[in-house]
Design a protein around this ligand. Structure first.
Ligand code: UD1
Length: 343
């Protein structure tokens, strides 16, 4: 039987590459489109080393509808899409809002317009817990209120969710699952793929591993005067492979289960909040390597504490993020050592 074909947009990126591996290992055929604006073509080698299969790859920009029309013509029978392709640096989005609105929204509009024309049945959308803003209570489930976005990046996630919802309510013959990620971290245990930030990392783990490796002088912990047990912010750090597995389950549910609602939303987190200092401790425990750090000022716009109630995903998807955080940190370190510039 022919394999079900899935388009993964942003498939050479961090979460996209890990999800491609899981899809291939579950028996799906993957076609990737990526403009390589924040990823490297060598990621395809890493994927192939793990699975033995090199995914089809189109280098192109999703915001160009003709590129997308050609892709669906060249690769007929794509049944599902996972839409990772998007810009994701919060600070940059404040400085370049048009770039963010164009990249993150126009590509999605193109997909939604072309899906019915090419018989694509479903789209899984990469959303974020950022839609909840600073939550009133934790853990947070899917019924929690959506708060006004604090950055153009966050706003593109909210608007994308609304666009998909409006299109489905208007009767488009497609289904969608919106996945709201908490904080994805770690790397594939094989050490073949991981997060590859270009330039100075903005997120905690890539900065931390680069500081531990001596590439950065030291990590700055942004604030220790928050009303949390150790004063640092709390997040729900979820292993990227656990996160990737959820996409495979969501895709299967969307395409092969006729009884599910056309639009569903799931929080993807562990249900466990860890502080920034606890994460540093986990890294040091797991690797035996010290993290050079100092306490600095708060970072503007940071959420104080947020962690998921993942009960809906646990029960409805039959999925659970259960990788031990120390294993996740060990994998992040293994990856950092692999990508270290050799001198
Ligand atoms: C942010 C975005 C989120 C987005 C994600 C991916 C917000 C509120 N959050 O998550 O929507 O999906 O990036 O780009 O817009 N930290 C340090 N030192 C550092 C870096 C981070 O102490 O050098 C701290 C931060 O203050 C924070 C925690 O580590 O408390 C996690 O930060 P980060 O990895 O940047 O993720 P978020 O801000 O949670």
């Amino acid at each position: 039987m022919a394999k079900t074909k899935i388009l993964v947009t942003g498939g050479t990126g961090y979460i996209g590459s890990h999800t491609t591996v899981e899809l291939q290992q579950a028996g799906y055929e993957v076609v990737i489109i990526d403009n390589l604006s924040n990823s490297n073509i060598k990621v395809l080698d890493g994927i192939e080393h793990i699975t033995g299969i090199r995914p089809a790859f189109v280098e192109g920009d999703m915001t160009d509808i003709e590129t997308m029309r050609r892709l669906f013509t060249d690769y007929p029978d794509i049944k599902g899409i996972i839409n990772f392709a998007a810009s994701k640096a919060v600070g940059e989005s404040v400085e370049k809002p048009l770039l963010y609105y164009r990249n993150n929204l126009v590509g999605l509009l193109n997909l939604l317009e072309l899906m019915p024309q090419f018989g694509v049945k479903g789209i899984v959308f990469s959303s974020s817990c950022t839609v909840y803003g600073e939550p009133d209570t934790n853990p947070i489930d899917e019924s929690a209120p959506i708060k006004p976005a604090t950055s153009p990046y966050g706003n593109t996630k909210q608007i994308s969710e609304e666009i998909i919802s409006d299109v489905i309510h208007a009767g488009a013959p497609i289904k969608s699952i919106l996945l709201r990620y908490f904080n994805p971290v770690g790397a594939h245990p094989s050490g073949e793929i991981g997060e590859l930030p270009i330039g100075v990392p903005q997120n905690l783990i890539p900065y931390l591993t680069q500081a531990a490796a001596g590439i950065r002088k030291e990590l700055t912990v942004f604030g220790n005067d928050y009303p949390t047990p150790d004063g640092t912010c709390i997040r729900d750090f979820i292993d990227v492979v656990d996160l990737a597995r959820a996409h495979v389950i969501a895709m299967h549910r969307m395409l092969d289960n006729a009884d599910t609602a056309p639009l569903e939303i799931f929080n993807l987190g562990t249900g466990r909040g860890l502080s920034v200092l606890q994460l540093i401790e986990s890294f040091e425990r797991a690797t035996g390597v010290k993290v050079p750090y100092h306490i600095g000022a708060r970072r503007a716009g940071d959420i104080e504490k947020i962690w998921a109630d993942p009960k809906k995903a646990n029960e409805v998807l039959g999925w659970k993020a259960d990788t031990d955080i120390d294993d996740t940190m060990r994998n992040a370190w293994k990856w950092q050592l692999k990508v270290m510039p050799k001198n």
